[in-house]
Design a protein around this ligand. Structure first.
Ligand SMILES: Nc1ncnc2c1ncn2[C@@H]1O[C@H](COP(=O)(O)OP(=O)(O)OP(=O)(O)O)[C@@H](O)[C@H]1O
Length: 523
């Protein structure tokens, strides 16, 4: 975590005005794995230690490595494999071993390196800014977040960074117009921690210093990044909205209206979130010199392409595939579709349905949202033809061909799907087949055509499906941007970057391929 903050600071020094950062956590327990390396020893603790050193006190016990502050009777935190951290009182210090009677009734003997001092004067409701903690170590941070969470305080500052804990239930009072009115112009830190305060500070910085601002929203899947981004945008629209006399929709409305389209093609069910955005998003709100919104743009990047061809239990492929398979009968017939269980790209996982989601209705809703963003009926047909073609392409299997190391469609079923894919793509069948079973290498003097074995042909098929899907997604984003309306002449903007981070799985399968951990992104 500290690594990321340091890197962002470096980025800031290099001129990227990353003014505010929102870290989001979905479960308190999971924090332990993120913060597990104890890198976040508090500046305050270090300062105390420095002061003690200056006073000539040894930081170590005379006979052991235990911090001198931990003595018999001290209140401490100790790591526990089940509960993450337990608090208790030290009953014995023997060399490097510390015996603790925990408040949960356990007696634990732990190495001094695993024992942290606990603030006996910690307020029962916690503190609204982590920098006010006596000890800014892992258990202290978690205790504070937990206490606040228990009283529905889901936001906490760490300086000018806002930490949000997903409440997993609606808290409408937190986001009302009255709330926005309260935060308007209030000094940062004066009111309770809130995304509105972050947005307000960014807006005021932009107006006062005439410098564009960026707000980074990061956290693991399902942590609440999209929800926080929406809150930030609502506040910015509130501050920069024009009092329009016409029926014209606001920029915020236009951005929000485009969401169902982006979600249909860029969201999927993951282990942690039934509607997980599988792409990074940078929403740019552009302002004129008076601080009024003059346009907006959505920039997307790092779409998780591998999901198009590879999906495992209990996850799903992108929503659009399932909704198209549930489309009205005439569309099903037109695209030669059927049960999602018959398509290779969908049946790798046993999860087809989402609780409370009617795919038929979703299909119609997505088409309505496409109408709103100005995607014509003809374009909509082309979009869904491409989606259906990808499903058919995935069902093409290959076997060895007549020549050595060559391949051909396996049987009539594969030939049917290949032909259907070509018809839907509106391309030449032979050209499509050749693109899968052959590779053309172009040298300076000639071009050489090499046949591919069945395994490599299957890889070519998947590569084609992925590239076509990501091009389709990019095209949709361009179309949405035209509909929202950009102000290319705008000199001031506030960008909200919604990017996944901290995904720490036992096996980082997807993260390694196409959702690189934020920690690994070189700035
Ligand atoms: N502030 C909030 N208030 C109420 N519910 C919330 C809040 N934040 C998140 N949630 C709930 O958690 C769910 C997941 O949140 P969200 O989609 O914002 O996560 P995310 O971080 O964008 O996930 P992903 O990276 O997978 O797209 C939401 O659908 C909503 O039910």
């Amino acid at each position: 975590m500290s690594d990321v903050v340091i890197r962002l600071r470096c980025a800031k020094r290099r001129g990227l005005n990353t003014s505010y950062i929102i870290w989001l956590f979905s479960f308190l327990q999971r924090l332990f794995s993120y913060l597990g390396n104890k890198e976040i020893h508090s500046a305050r603790l270090e300062r105390n230690e420095r002061e003690e050193r200056a006073r000539g006190k040894s930081l170590e016990c005379e006979r052991c490595a235990a911090p001198s502050s931990i003595i018999v009777g001290s209140h401490v935190w100790v790591e526990d494999p089940d509960e993450a951290w337990l608090d208790g009182e030290v009953t014995e210090v023997k060399g490097d071993d510390i015996k603790i009677n925990t408040t949960s009734g356990k007696t634990i003997v732990a190495k001094s390196a695993n024992v942290y001092p606990k603030d006996p004067e910690f307020p029962s409701c916690g503190v609204d800014d982590m920098t006010k903690l006596a000890y800014l170590h892992e258990p202290g941070v978690l205790q504070n977040l937990r206490c606040r969470y228990d009283i529905n305080e889901i936001y906490t500052y760490t300086g000018n960074i806002l930490i949000a804990v997903n409440p997993f239930r609606r808290l409408p009072h937190l986001y009302s117009n009255h709330m926005m009115e309260q935060y308007k112009g209030a000094a940062f830190g004066e009111l309770s921690p809130h995304p509105f305060a972050v947005a307000d500070a960014a807006y005021r910085n932009m107006i006062n210093e005439k410098i564009s601002q960026a707000i980074l929203v990061s956290g693991e899947s399902g942590a609440g990044k999209t929800e926080s981004t929406k809150s930030l945008m609502r506040y910015l629209a509130y501050m920069g909205g024009k009092a329009s006399k016409t029926e014209e929709r606001s920029v915020e409305q236009k951005v929000l209206e485009s969401n169902p389209v982006l979600e249909a093609f860029g969201n999927a069910k993951t282990v942690r979130n039934n509607n997980s955005s599988r792409f990074g998003k940078f929403v740019e709100i552009q302002f004129d010199k008076k601080g009024q919104i003059s346009g907006a743009a959505i920039r997307t990047y790092l779409l998780e392409r591998s999901r198009v061809c590879q999906v495992s239990d209990p996850e799903r492929n992108y929503h659009c595939f399932y909704m198209l398979c549930a489309a009205p009968a005439e569309d099903i017939e037109k695209y030669k579709l059927g049960n999602p269980r018959t398509f290779h790209y969908l049946k790798q996982s046993n999860c087809y349905d989402l609780d409370g989601v009617d795919e038929y209705k979703e299909y119609l809703a997505t088409k309505r949202a496409m109408d709103v963003v100005g995607i014509s009926q003809e374009e909509q047909d082309a979009i869904f033809r491409v989606v259906a073609a990808i499903l058919h392409l995935g069902n093409v299997e290959f076997v060895k061909g007549k020549e050595i190391d060559s391949s051909q469609p396996k049987d009539d079923k594969s030939r049917f799907h290949l032909k259907t894919a070509a018809e839907l793509f509106k391309c030449n069948l032979k050209a499509l087949e050749d693109s899968l079973v052959k590779r053309v290498m172009v040298t300076r003097d000639e071009s050489i055509t090499k046949s591919l074995d069945p395994d490599t042909a299957a890889l070519s098929r998947d590569a084609l499906a992925k590239i076509v899907y990501s091009k389709l997604f990019d095209w949709l984003v361009d179309k949405i941007n035209v509909s929202i309306g950009q102000d290319t002449a705008s000199e001031l903007l506030i960008g909200v970057l919604d990017i996944y981070g901290f995904e720490s799985f036992k096996t980082n399968r997807n993260s390694n391929i196409s959702r690189p951990n934020l920690l690994k992104i070189p700035y």
